[in-house]
Write a new protein. Structure first.
Length: 95
């Protein structure tokens, strides 16, 4: 069964890079480029993990995380900068 990941990232190039890496590793990944859309998706759909950018339009990443926790949504959340680093390491390991 595929793991479902939500990526909330407004930079298209960064999002494409992370999404490509996740999908190559067999993850099902959905992308939102706005904090409000990310909050809505995270609070209304089931994800195994969320990758959250800090500085995104609509609602900043920390506000989204606080709102998700206030709504008792326990989905693990990883900072987008860290996820970018992990994807880069995976890509380097494969090549």
């Amino acid at each position: 069964m595929s793991r479902r990941i939500l990526l909330v990232e407004d930079d298209a190039e960064t999002a494409d890079y992370i999404l490509k890496g996740l999908r190559e590793e067999g993850y099902t990944a959905e992308h939102m480029s706005d904090g409000r859309d990310g909050f809505y998706a995270a609070s209304s759909l089931d994800f195994d993990a969320i990758i959250m950018d800090r500085m995104i339009p609509g609602m900043d990443g920390l506000s989204v995380v606080k709102a998700l926790r206030a709504a008792s949504i326990p989905t693990p959340i990883l900072a987008a900068a860290l996820a970018l680093f992990i994807v880069a390491l995976l890509a380097q390991a494969v090549s």
